[in-house]
Design a protein around this ligand. Structure first.
Ligand code: HEC
Length: 222
């Protein structure tokens, strides 16, 4: 009995030591190999040997390959991920193409860029919420250019006395005669790129939301 257990220990030790012999392309014995070799497509870990992992499972794969094989036979160079076709333009999550006009193209945008949304009550209601989030504090609830930021904050000194008012100068009155007639493309472009003292909001507000705001601003200008 003692002899048997000695043999067993010696055998296990030998197995343990030899299995650790990794090097070059040989990673040694793997515990739970499915954790390393994904059966799913992986762009960066390609296993092109169709026999790899035949011993792990008895599953019959339709193309006759073994468990670890994970390369796409139909792509060139055993690539799983294909490069996009030349000149492909990526869309944002909502499926919109990027807005390519530069900041100085306001006149062009005003004349040519059209709002793809309709004037439904739902769009205008969304536009109102968005306006109140992004524009109200400067342009005011009715677009008169009298938001809290435009009015400015009061600086109080140590004695509790009002010292000075710091104003954000020149916030436009969106209902003025000069701005009443601007197109929705104009408003969209100004929101996207900013103008003068107004900062660009293109990185914060999605294109769809910018068009909703433009719709709502038009209702303020009526
Ligand atoms: C930080 C304050 C501020 C915020 C926030 C702001 N604006 Fe303005 N906006 C301004 C100022 C200042 C001007 C005047 C720009 C100039 O002509 O120098 C202006 C101008 C405009 C104009 C007139 C552009 C023109 O052709 O003269 C429009 C339209 C406009 N803003 C829409 C918006 C909308 C819509 C939002 C919300 C997404 C918004 N603004 C957010 C400060 C702001």
């Amino acid at each position: 009995m003692r002899c048997l257990s000695t043999l067993f220990v010696a055998f296990s030790a030998a197995a343990l030591l030899t299995s650790c012999g990794a090097g070059g392309d040989n990673q040694g014995t793997e515990y739970a190999p499915n954790m390393y070799h994904s059966v799913a497509y992986e762009p960066y870990s390609q296993i092109v040997d169709e026999e790899a992992g035949r011993w792990v499972t008895s599953i019959e794969y339709p193309n006759g390959h073994a468990e670890f094989f994970n390369s796409n036979l139909y792509n060139p160079y055993h690539m799983n991920m294909r490069e996009p076709a030349p000149h492909t333009v990526s869309r944002n999550k909502q499926g919109w193409l990027p807005y390519r006009l530069g900041k100085d193209s306001l006149a062009y945008a005003a004349a040519n860029v059209k709002n793809p949304l309709d004037s439904s009550a739902a769009v205008i209601a969304d536009g109102k919420v968005l306006y109140e989030t992004y524009c109200d504090h400067c342009h005011g609830a009715k677009g008169k250019g009298d938001g809290k930021v435009a009015a400015g904050g009061v600086k109080i000194d140590v004695n509790g006395e009002e010292k000075e008012r710091s104003t954000y100068n020149g916030v436009a009155n969106l209902t003025s005669d000069a701005l009443k007639g601007v197109s929705e493309g104009h408003i969209f472009h100004v929101i996207t790129m900013g103008k003068g003292l107004m900062w660009a909001h293109g990185s914060q507000i999605s294109p769809e939301d910018r068009w909703k705001i433009a719709k709502y601003v038009k209702t303020l200008q009526k």
